[in-house]
Design a protein around this ligand. Structure first.
Ligand SMILES: [Cu+2]
Length: 601
């Protein structure tokens, strides 16, 4: 029986071939040292972008493939046998046909249904790939035919929207070549797709999170830390601070629910040991298309020795801004231009926001080179201001800015609705009051657009913040929003409960938008976690602190204690998913249906 390069047999279904198995090990790298394989497995991989499919006709087969990233063999969910899924290259103005087949084996731990969602792509609702909203999903043995016009250019990605398949490997880059010439030049073009891998069955990881939300956070403060703080700040202040943290049920070092204690981070499907390498010649400009295809990880990215010029965010051009470092939330993309020179090799370094681990790759003049890999930064501490209990100045200074006025739900802080952006006490939806799924509220959240984020302040490097991202075009709609919807991101740490306005997806009515309207969505983060919020089918046009158009995105990251607003043009009929892109937050309920129709709101 013959196989094509993707390990498919003549019947079009994927099977885990020996070749793919070895390549999976290659991506893992670590196993090469065990002597099980005749040569370093990564030598099988070519440099740069392997596995690119381009054109208008695509056959994508979703199946299981054995992979080993840690030395243990696990079944990944793959597309045409590949993790990450193949890079798809489309052209703006074309019509793409994508036949997606479900070849998951019977009894797969990854379920019997699958789907592909084209993240950030404008398309008809029944092509969006969310089971239960857009269509019925793709059942075992079935093929779903996606067909739509490509109406945009830029860097995007695609992933499963079924169960936890995205965690298990079903994600890939999507590159759309624009019709118009791009406003920047480069000699080489690389995808840098970051992701997080676990050997655990993701369903088991989710149930562990429900039972032990703090499992991955080993960094609880010690008695020694306490005595040091007490010596510095005084016993009373330290005790008061600890009581507040205790009431909020969180260690100040906890920035993420799942981190490198569980995850192995991947860059283009390679571990650090596998050392994905992008080649360059001196004097060339490289375009790096960073994509965060992780399930649960914010990455802080830098290339020591190189400046990075950000030219696009979430696929859309921005005025070029040059930085040393940027934070990329789950589901975001950034295109950057770099000009390596003076060294033969540079390290692409991506550490997780909680500083528990990293993944590294290399830009080099030839294969086999490595530059030094920097240490992971010290763990940052969250402050009360980080939680929305105090202003930015306090946040920057890392001070405790909140007094006795803790944000426990149900307290009346005398806030009035419609208080505008930023300053003053924040009001809260009545559904949060007395709600067992809500353990905290932000009292004075602010936009924090000029804040690069926890752990990136004053570290001696110039870090990107949202306020530096300015679309290279004016507000494409131009109308002032006709109405405003305020939604609160809510949660309960110990229950691992996540929701909007204290209502889980299963218990919530759709959010209704009138077809054609321009509206403003205001998000308030009442939790201590950072949530990247993604609206399907329509752009999210982020506003600056004055309410003016700032930057067009498909995913808006919401740090703790933040209040951010964006404009949406409801120009896509149908039901759309609207959710936190942290996979386990979405699964726990931080999701809504957005229903766009004629005269329904
Ligand atoms: Cu979230």
């Amino acid at each position: 029986m013959s196989s094509d390069p993707f390990g498919r047999d003549a019947d079009g279904l994927s099977k885990p071939s020996r070749r793919r198995f070895v390549q999976g090990l290659a991506a893992g790298g670590a196993i090469a040292g065990l002597g099980l394989w005749p040569k370093p497995a990564w030598a099988l991989k070519g440099p740069g972008n392997a596995n690119v499919l381009s054109g208008t006709e695509f056959d994508l087969t979703i199946g299981e493939t054995p992979m080993a990233f840690t030395g243990r063999v696990r079944s990944a969910v793959t597309v045409n046998g590949s993790l990450p899924a193949p890079v798809l290259r489309w052209r703006e103005g074309s019509t793409v046909n994508l036949r997606v087949s479900n070849a998951l084996p019977a009894g797969s731990v990854h379920g019997h249904e699958t789907s592909i969602h084209w993240h950030g792509i404008l398309l008809p609702a029944n092509m969006d790939g969310v089971p239960g909203l857009s269509f019925d999903g793709i059942h075992r043995g079935q093929t779903y035919r996606y067909r739509f016009d490509v109406r945009q250019g830029g860097t995007y990605w695609y992933h499963s929207h079924s169960g936890f398949q995205e965690q298990a490997g079903l994600y890939g880059a999507l590159i759309i070549d624009p019709v118009e010439p791009e406003p920047f030049a480069y000699d080489r073009d690389y995808v840098v797709l970051l992701s997080d891998w676990t050997d655990l069955d993701p369903r088991r990881l989710f149930s562990r999170l429900k039972k032990m939300p703090m499992y991955d956070n080993h960094a609880l403060r010690t008695v020694g830390d306490f005595m040091r703080d007490a010596g510095r700040d005084g016993l009373a202040a330290t005790l008061a601070d600890r009581r507040q943290w205790g009431r909020m049920r969180m260690s100040p070092t906890d920035l993420s629910d799942v981190n490198a204690n569980t995850y192995t981070y991947l860059l283009n499907g390679s571990t650090s040991l596998g050392n994905w390498t992008g080649l360059f010649r001196g004097g060339e400009k490289l375009r790096l298309r960073f994509i965060n295809g992780s399930a649960m990880t914010h990455f802080d990215v830098r290339i020591p020795g190189l400046k990075m010029t950000v030219v696009a965010a979430d696929g859309q051009y921005v005025h070029p801004v040059t930085v040393d470092e940027f934070r990329i939330a789950t589901a975001e993309t950034y295109d950057v231009i770099v000009e390596p020179s003076g060294q033969d090799a540079f390290t692409i370094f991506a550490q997780d926001m909680g500083r528990t681990g990293y993944v590294a790759g290399t830009l080099a003049v030839r294969e086999g080179l490595r530059a030094p890999v920097p240490p992971v930064d010290p763990r940052p501490l969250l402050s009360m201001a980080d939680m929305g209990h105090g202003g930015m100045a306090a946040a920057k200074a890392g001070e405790m800015a909140c007094g006795a006025n803790m944000g426990m739900p149900g307290m009346d802080h005398g806030a009035k609705p419609g208080m505008g952006h930023g300053a003053g006490m924040q009001s809260h939806p009545a559904s949060e009051t007395g709600n067992p799924l809500v353990d905290m509220q932000a009292m004075s959240p602010v936009a924090k657009l000029d804040d690069p984020g926890i752990g990136l302040r004053d570290n001696g490097r110039k870090a990107l913040s949202y306020s530096m991202l300015k679309s290279a075009f004016d507000d494409p709609d131009g109308r002032e929003p006709g109405r405003e919807i305020e939604l609160h991101l809510t949660g309960h740490m110990e229950r691992f409960a996540w929701s909007f306005d204290g209502r889980k997806f299963a218990d919530a009515e759709p959010l209704r938008l009138n077809y054609g309207e321009r509206l403003r969505i205001v998000l308030v983060n009442d939790t201590m976690m950072t949530h990247p919020i993604h609206l399907h089918g329509m752009w999210s046009d982020l506003e600056d602190a004055q309410g003016g158009f700032l930057v067009r995105k498909h995913t808006i990251d919401m740090p703790p204690g933040s209040r951010r607003s964006y404009r949406v043009r409801a120009d896509a009929l149908g039901d759309w998913a609207y959710h936190c892109h942290l996979l386990y937050h979405m699964e726990a309920g931080m999701m809504r249906t957005v229903r766009v129709g004629e005269g329904i709101a």
